[in-house]
Design a protein around this ligand. Structure first.
Ligand SMILES: N[C@@H](CCC(=O)N[C@@H](CS)C(=O)NCC(=O)O)C(=O)O
Length: 277
């Protein structure tokens, strides 16, 4: 009998990067053990956790005592180590296209989803904190850029330039999705469901829960079909939905409605300012 390797995932329920990894684990049919790192109480800065993940973020996958960080790299590690069913194309050109989707996440979508979510939801949570709690939260954001984003979205909400950048990143991604799906499909790289699709699922899902998704995809039928298809996969339910904490779904839905008109207006303004891209 082969040796059983324990996969341990350091995670936080509603984190988009963790959702990518949980979907991949589920698609591969792997067993894993979860450890909660509470990002709201600063557990990501615990010295013991920083030894595993010096960036102070989730996810971290620990395999036989070795830590693997960065959600995209974790998903690729899982595919290389557990090749069936394959989530990475054999063809090198398609593999480069797959990685364009993870680059899109690193080049704007990730910050975008965080900044839009913050302006809608976490801003309210931070407003409800005591002055001491708030000061501690802002002192504890890991690096200067992250601090600037958190401060800006807290102070300016949807008017923050970081939210505008997020709107742009989503627009570029959805435009490319519609184009790729129109010339192929049913998945982003064609017939094979891959890490490209898994990459995008949590980012699309967050906008849907905030009630904002149609702002971008209302007139993009191919993206709508792709999304309906993606949500039917059991890994979507088991990787995302099953991990919401009580009240989280309602919080997303209620807070998204409050910023919707303002966000839609900024979206229009983006389209007017940057019609070509
Ligand atoms: N590029 C990293 C980003 C990881 C990341 O920033 N994760 C967020 C949650 S989605 C986090 O842990 N944030 C910690 C914080 O806000 O302090 C990855 O894909 O793993």
């Amino acid at each position: 009998m082969g040796e059983v390797i324990m996969l341990e995932l350091y995670q936080f329920g509603n984190s988009v990067c963790v959702q990518k990894v949980r979907i991949t684990l589920d698609e591969k049919g792997l067993d894993w053990k979860g450890h909660e790192v509470n990002l709201f109480t600063g557990e990501q800065y615990d010295p013991k956790y920083l030894k595993l993940n010096p960036k102070g973020v989730v996810p971290t996958l620990v395999v036989d005592g070795q830590a693997i960080i960065e959600s995209t790299l974790i998903c690729e590690y899982l595919d290389e180590t557990y090749p069936e069913p394959s989530l990475v194309p054999d063809d090198a050109v398609l593999r480069s296209r797959m990685r364009l989707w993870s680059k899109a996440v690193d080049e704007g979508l990730f910050e975008g989803v965080m900044d839009i979510s913050f302006s809608a939801m976490f801003r309210e949570r931070v407003k409800n904190m005591t002055d001491d709690q708030r000061e501690q939260r802002f002192a504890n954001v890991g690096d200067p850029r992250r601090r600037d984003r958190v401060m800006s979205t807290f102070e300016q909400g949807v008017d923050s330039p970081f939210v505008f950048n997020g709107i742009a990143a989503y627009e570029k991604a959805f435009k490319n999705m519609e184009k790729d799906l129109a010339s192929g499909g049913p998945w982003l790289l064609g017939s094979q469901f891959s890490l490209a699709d898994i990459n995008m699922m949590p980012f699309v899902n967050r906008l849907e829960y905030l009630g904002l998704l149609d702002i971008w995809i209302g007139k993009r039928p191919k993206v709508q079909e792709w999304w309906a298809r993606a949500k039917q996969r059991p890994s979507f339910t088991r990787g995302i939905i099953d991990h919401f904490k009580p009240g989280e779904e309602t919080e997303m839905q209620e807070s998204g409605v409050k910023i919707r008109d303002q966000l839609a207006a900024r979206y229009q303004s983006y389209l007017e300012q940057f019609p070509a891209i």
